[in-house]
Structure formats: C-alpha cells, structure tokens
Design a protein around this ligand. Structure first.
Ligand code: HEC
Length: 124
C-alpha cells in the first residue's frame, strides 16, 4: 500500500512539473515576442515563411509600398494568415501567437522601410 501511495505521489509530482515546464515554455515564447522590436519579429516570424524562394512568396519590407503594407495589415493579413500555423510552434495558429501589439510593431517596421519610404530595407 505504501508503495502505491509513493507511486501516486511521484506520478502527480511528475505531471505537475511537466505542466509547469510546458507553461513556462509557452510564456517564454510570448514574452520573447513581446520584447522583440518590429524588425526582430519580421526576421523571426514572417521570414520563416517569406524568405527567398518561399512557397508563400518572398516578402521583405521593400517588396511593397507603404500604402500596400497598411492595406495588408488592415485587411488582408487576417484572411491570408488565419489558417497558417506558427512556424515556431505548429500546435498554435499564427494569428493567436502574434498579439495586436506585436503586429503593430511589424506594421511600423514594414511601413518605415517600404519601397517608397526614406529607408527601404530588407529585413537583413
Ligand atoms: C507560417 C507561414 C507564414 C508566416 C509566419 C507568415 N506568412 Fe505571410 N503568407 C503565408 C501564406 C501561406 C500566404 C498566402 C500565399 C498565397 O496565397 O499564395 C501569405 C501571404 C502573405 C502576403 C501576400 C498578401 C496576402 O495577404 O496574400 C504578405 C504581404 C505576407 N504574407 C506578409 C507576412 C508578414 C508581414 C508576416 C509576419 C507578420 C507573415 N506574412 C507571416 C504564410 C505565412
């Protein structure tokens, strides 16, 4: 009987530790994104699917003009990305991982460095 109790306690502890670790990993990911600037988010997230020769098409800030980026973030993004999984964690959808704040930062980065901006830029 004692053995069984010990076993149950052990199993519960293990499960709790695993759950806590999983939660921390998740927070890490969101916290990391929250700390990144627009350029880093573009590099880490968008570029995973939009590098050179990508199936989804190559996109860098200077692929589009400012107006097109604003239009993209206002209308197109949700539609074209709603069924896209997060490249870092495929159990999550991209639109759930990227918060409004994070999106705003990427939008600013793209607009600031669009083809018709003062400093056109690829994301490096
Ligand atoms: C997991 C992959 C993935 C990630 C991450 C991703 N995209 Fe996309 N993107 C796609 C796919 C798929 C399409 C649709 C391509 C098509 O229809 O041919 C697309 C389309 C686009 C288009 C073309 C316009 C449109 O709406 O169809 C732009 C611009 C774009 N993405 C920018 C971005 C930006 C900026 C980010 C980062 C915030 C991003 N993408 C992140 C997969 C991704």
């Amino acid at each position: 009987m004692k053995k069984l109790i010990t076993l149950v306690i052990l199993a519960t502890t293990l499960l709790t530790v695993t759950a806590v670790m999983a939660e921390e990993k998740e927070m890490d990911h969101a916290a990391k994104l929250a700390e990144m600037d627009g350029k880093a988010i573009f590099k880490n997230v968008c570029k995973s699917c939009h590098a050179e020769d990508a199936d989804a098409g190559e996109y860098t800030p200077m692929t589009l003009i400012m107006e097109q980026w604003d239009e993209f973030f206002q209308d197109l993004y949700v539609d074209s990305h709603k069924e896209v999984a997060c490249p870092k964690d495929e159990t999550k959808m991209l639109t759930d991982v990227l918060t409004k704040d994070a999106l705003k930062k990427v939008q600013k980065f793209c607009v600031d460095h669009a083809a018709d901006s003062e400093q056109p830029m690829t994301c490096g």
